[in-house]
Design a protein around this ligand. Structure first.
Ligand code: BES
Ligand code: ZN
Ligand code: ZN
Length: 487
């Protein structure tokens, strides 16, 4: 997509050449003065696109509703831009120009953030995953012209480039997460990661087979033992400033979660391919940081396996002995995420991490607690608070959840140090977090994100397309940038 910016009166030829011109409209506006056009209230609601088809040779136009002034912020703008991109692309337009100005001043939206939000939302809203369709929808729209009120519109170009990069890293995460299980096997994911970071400022190390045995990464070995695809831990090191404390980003990369011997049932289990959403978040974030040459001292650890039943598969009641000496009774093979994350958390400690953030599609329970629009976050107070405030701005929303010491008891095992499931039917996401905490040394600042409820969108809405959301890419990237700029 070619994205350019111009001043209001400076490039009238380019504006005239756009196949459609977009105007932003807000609740309370009753005329679009520029066009002398009477607005109806429904036209200004958030994400509403009203086409004004050109007659007698006039240029086509569309109105983009931004909703109420009181609620307008960068996230609403991204959503509106996403709706606009989708609608305009479906109508078959090849180029568009948008007047990026608001009729009223909104404190929360600066001219810079308006441009950034529009570009990011526009690109993400235009995303489709249709490579397996015989007739994929053509990406017809390939030109976007931003019309700015600024006296120096070209000064926005670096912001535009950054928003393009954010959207691209997020779409990379969506692409990989959306891939079906017959393509996205553990070894395919390993190869994709190797390829993505080859020839870039990232050191890649892959632990498989004997190396997993050597380091006692027995959770990965146990979970992966039922599959013909071997499990792996991928370590990606990106250091541009070694004086910063080492931050480890740990992602759950279950390429398919069939539940193992506790086999999942259901009419359609296609969604079990999204169980690598945490891994995709970490990979996308790192991709963004590397593209933008961010200052960082980061190691990404991707724990990769598939969880399938079979004669060689892990049996319930089995025990797993971890590198820190802890033993786990595998009461339920569908609670496999925590088993592989435990290896990665211990590996982060081995590498000397000062802080760890893990992100995983860990429990169905987090969705029962929080619904489908905000992920759960546990652990270090200052990190969870920062993630919360960043998410309110960037759209990857999280909500702080409790670690209740008294609940440790729920993970008691009769014959091992702990069980991989809680004895209670309630608070499963909290119990999973408590399980993970057992694998993190007290000296390390640790935060856990359960994104099982936000990994996918049930429908096209705002800047999301039905399927993988790419949740966590922007959140982790912003956190790393905040982490390094505040030290
Ligand atoms: N990957 C699932 C969690 C999940 C559920 C992700 C729904 C996305 C949508 C995880 O491995 C799992 O199966 N967890 C079990 C744990 C239970 C057996 C204690 C769950 O949440 O049901
Ligand atoms: Zn599972
Ligand atoms: Zn899982």
């Amino acid at each position: 997509m070619n994205i350019t910016i111009t001043g209001r009166d400076s490039d009238t030829v380019a504006v005239d050449n756009a196949e459609i011109i977009l105007h932003l409209v807000m609740d309370g506006e009753d005329t679009l003065s520029k066009l002398d056009f009477e607005l109806k209230p429904a036209m200004t609601s958030i994400g509403k696109i009203t086409f004004l088809y050109g007659v007698r040779g006039e240029q086509h136009r569309a109105l983009v509703g931004l909703g109420t002034l009181a609620k307008l912020d960068v996230e609403q703008l991204r959503r509106a831009a996403g709706c606009a991109a989708r609608a305009i692309s479906r109508e078959g337009y090849r180029s568009a120009a948008v007047h990026l100005n608001l009729s009223t001043n909104v404190e929360r939206v600066t001219p810079e953030s308006l441009v950034e939000a529009w570009v990011e939302g526009w690109l993400l809203g235009g995303y489709t995953f249709d490579k397996y369709k015989q007739h994929p929808r053509e990406q017809v729209i390939d030109k976007l012209l931003l019309i700015s009120e600024s006296n120096d519109p070209q000064s926005f170009n670096p912001l535009i480039a950054r928003s393009v990069s954010r959207a691209e890293s997020t779409m990379l995460a969506r692409d990989w997460c959306n891939e079906p299980a017959n393509v996205m096997t553990p070894s395919h994911l390993v190869e994709q990661v190797q390829q993505l970071f080859a020839e870039r400022n990232v050191e890649t190390r892959v632990f498989q087979g004997e190396e997993l045995v050597h380091f006692g990464m027995n959770g990965l070995l146990a979970v992966g033992q039922g599959s013909r695809h071997q499990p792996a831990l991928v370590e990606l090191t990106y250091v541009t400033d070694p004086s910063l404390p080492l931050l480890a980003l740990v992602g759950k990369g279950m390429t398919f979660d069939m539940g193992g011997m506790n086999m999942k049932t259901g009419r359609d289990l296609s969604e079990a391919r999204f169980d690598m959403g945490g891994a995709c978040a970490v990979i996308g974030a790192l991709d963004y940081l590397v593209c933008n040459e961010a200052r960082a001292n980061v190691v990404a650890l991707i724990a990769i396996a598939d969880n399938v039943p079979g004669s060689g598969a892990l049996l319930p009641s089995s025990t797993v002995r971890y590198a820190n000496g802890l033993t786990v009774q595998v009461s339920n093979t569908d609670a496999e995420g925590r088993l592989i994350l435990a290896d990665a958390l211990l590996h982060a400690e081995r590498l000397g991490a000062d802080e760890i953030i893990d992100i995983a599609t860990l429990t169905g329970s987090v969705g029962h607690a929080l619904g489908l629009r905000v992920a759960g976050v546990w652990g270090d107070r200052s990190c969870t608070e920062k993630l919360h405030s960043l998410g309110e701005l960037n759209g990857d929303r999280v909500w702080p959840m409790p670690l209740i010491d008294d609940d440790e008891d729920l993970l008691r095992s009769d014959y091992a140090d702990l069980s991989n499931i809680s004895s209670s039917a309630y608070g499963g996401a909290n119990a999973a977090a408590l399980f993970l905490r057992r694998f993190v040394d007290d000296s390390i600042r640790w935060t856990h994100i359960d994104m099982a409820n936000t990994v996918q969108s049930p429908a096209d809405r705002g800047y999301e397309a039905a399927g993988a959301t790419g949740f966590g890419v922007r959140l982790l990237a912003d956190y790393v940038i905040h982490y390094s700029t505040n030290r």
